[in-house]
Write a new protein. Structure first.
Length: 356
């Protein structure tokens, strides 16, 4: 959200909950080696960051290489993924499948991207059916967003209106296909297979798409961390030369410098209310009015009346007996709902950011 113009000393972090979960992400094909991942897990458990067996891994497998990472394993797929340089599920990518079955992972996650030039419902179905053939417990459907200064931006000449129409059309098709295949939608992107650990084992300790930001410490270059009072991260860029510089600088940073956050955003009471609303409203369980009242002493209708009224007017929001819940159409527009709740302070910080 932008730098605050000063360094902040980070407090000592204590992990008091033995049931705390961790989610280690790495979708790069040349990600950390097995010894490196094992060392990371040992450090997290040694420092009580996560309990035994509760650290989820997420990485892309190498074709034909044994699957060895504990946790769940994410794999991007799409027959139109070549412009994105992503590995596909077909062909050599099928080789880890038997290894996954033998390893008996509790949750297999597959990520799909939609909205690429030339993609249709028919071609998207090929991807969906290829993913379903793996019988994954979770499938994530990600709309393609093209950032300025990226290589894909130079080849993407579609107008915003046509692109929105294509992505919405593909989203609705993918959503309906997964629901018909026995999945439950928990947010705009997330679908969990009914009768599996992704649904039956879900509880308040799970890391969900939106409410994970209530408390999360990120490790590594570009990782974001969220606490009750502070959000902080390292430097950020999208252009390849800048990204390489940031990674090199991160590697060369002395350990003691990580006690300070150079890019940070303080969360006041107003920001916490906004984040609470979005963290609950954008999930399928919805925003419980009494839970909000217990947390802040007011009701969301008083604090965010104009925003909630606008969502209801558009048919995106319904009051289900004291639970404010997005309608199916509201969920489809979830990415457009978030900015409605941004504060003037956040909008000003975002407007001052310059892509690099």
């Amino acid at each position: 959200m932008g730098a605050q113009g000063r360094e902040l000393v980070l407090p000592q972090v204590e992990f008091l909950d033995d049931a705390a979960r961790g989610d280690v992400g790495d979708t790069a094909p040349d990600g950390p080696s097995l010894p490196s991942r094992e060392a990371l897990g040992q450090c997290l458990r040694r420092d009580r960051a996560v309990a035994d067996g509760s650290c989820r891994g997420r990485r892309r497998p190498q074709p034909g290489r044994p699957v060895t990472l504990p946790g769940d394993l994410g794999e991007p797929t799409d027959p139109f993924a070549r412009p994105l340089r992503l590995r596909q599920l077909g062909g050599p990518g099928q080789r880890p499948r038997q290894g996954l079955k033998e390893a008996a992972f509790p949750i297999l996650n597959i990520d799909l991207i939609y909205g690429i030039d030339g993609q249709t419902e028919q071609s998207f179905r090929v991807s969906l059916d290829a993913a379903l053939a793996w019988e994954p417990e979770e499938i994530y459907l990600y709309p393609l967003y093209v950032r300025p200064l990226t290589g894909l931006m130079a080849r993407h000449d579609k107008s915003g209106e046509l692109w929105d129409e294509q992505r919405l059309r593909l989203y609705r098709y993918g959503r309906d296909h997964l629901l018909a295949a026995g999945y439950r939608q928990t947010s705009m992107r997330v679908f969990s297979r009914i009768g599996t650990a992704a649904v039956d084992g879900a509880d308040d300790s799970n890391i969900n798409e939106y409410n994970q930001q209530a408390g999360m410490v990120g490790l590594g270059a570009g990782a974001r961390s969220f606490t009750t009072a502070l959000h902080y991260t390292t430097d950020y860029a999208v252009a390849v030369p800048e990204v390489r510089r940031i990674i090199d600088d991160y590697i060369a940073t002395p350990t003691e410098e990580f006690h300070r956050a150079q890019w940070s955003f303080r969360m006041d009471d107003d920001e916490r209310r906004r984040m609470f609303v979005l963290g609950m409203l954008l999930e399928s369980d919805g925003l419980r009015v009494e839970r909000y009242r217990a947390q802040f002493g007011t009701v969301p209708q008083d604090d965010f009346g104009p925003q909630l009224a606008l969502l209801a007017e558009r048919g995106w929001l319904a009051d289900d007996g004291g639970v404010l819940r997005l309608t199916p159409e509201g969920t489809a527009w979830a990415d457009a709902i978030g900015p409605l709740f941004f504060s003037p302070r956040v909008n000003e910080a975002m407007a001052s950011y310059r892509d690099r």
